[in-house]
Write a protein that binds this ligand. Structure first.
Ligand code: GLC
Ligand code: MG
Length: 249
């Protein structure tokens, strides 16, 4: 056994089956203590909503915390200061005010709560039926303003506007480079649209949990990557299944 970089989404991936989560955390803690494995949570939540989940579920302490769909990296989960190098990378070509004023004209968009509006993330609710037609219109409107940003639709309700260089996958690679983990010793786990970047950014190993959302399943079916494993089991049990499949544990 040797160390690896474990990166996981939280909602409906790491969290969802309390009994399986206990077993998974036991494996991960053991690996961290004995081999130097590093544990990273990569969540769509803001730090505020992460702290709520932490209070409810008490997940083991991560070695770094990625919040707000990859746009903020914290050295540990009690830190209030995001990694400056990462913020600097994301700031190029990003203009939050122009994004907000451009998207004001789309009546189908309802802004998410203030806590989820972040320096490098603008988030709305958008129904699944409207998304198919509205997302391309939003893309054109933003391109007309000369903005090169990325739209991420997740969970049949959330639309995030992110800097082109800010997503969960690129944040994972930033930490892997910093800590010296190769792609074959890095594994990412997820269940929804904002996790696609974890699986598509490179050839890091990927685990899609059995309860994955249609948008992630459709993406997986549309391409042929053998570095991504689709588990049968759900939530943490699916992660355990995948970690065994790849031989990490
Ligand atoms: C989390 C965030 C929300 C985001 C969603 C999808 O629920 O709180 O702002 O839109 O993830 O990325
Ligand atoms: Mg999720």
């Amino acid at each position: 056994m040797s160390k690896f970089l474990f990166v996981s989404d939280l909602d409906h991936t790491f969290v969802g089956d309390d009994a399986a989560l206990i077993e998974l955390q036991t494996h991960l803690s053991h690996h961290r203590t004995n081999y130097g494995t590093k544990i990273v949570y990569a969540t769509g939540r803001s730090p505020v909503l992460y702290r709520q989940l932490k209070a409810e579920k008490s997940p083991i302490d991560p070695d770094a915390l990625v919040t707000s769909v990859g746009t903020e990296i914290y050295p540990h989960d009690a830190s209030d200061t995001p990694d400056k190098e990462w913020s600097e990378i994301l700031s190029h070509g990003w203009n939050r005010d122009i994004i907000v004023s451009t998207l004001d004209q789309f009546s189908q968009l309802a802004p998410q709560p203030d806590s989820e509006q972040r320096p490098f993330k603008v988030s709305y609710y958008l129904s699944e039926t409207a998304a198919a037609t509205v997302v391309p219109q939003i893309e054109s409107a933003l391109a007309e303003q000369g903005l090169s940003v990325k739209l991420v639709y997740s969970g049949g309700q959330d639309l995030d506007v992110l800097p082109i260089k800010g997503n969960k996958g690129l944040a994972m690679q930033f930490l892997a480079r910093r800590w010296g983990f190769s792609s074959d010793r890095t594994v990412a786990c997820g269940d929804s649209g904002n996790d696609i970047a974890l699986f598509s950014v490179g050839d890091e190993r990927g685990i899609i949990v059995g309860n994955a959302r249609p948008e992630l399943v459709a993406w997986h079916q549309s391409q042929s990557s053998n570095h991504v494993y689709r588990a049968k089991a759900h939530y943490a049990a699916g992660i355990l299944e995948g970690l065994k499949y790849f031989g990490f544990i």
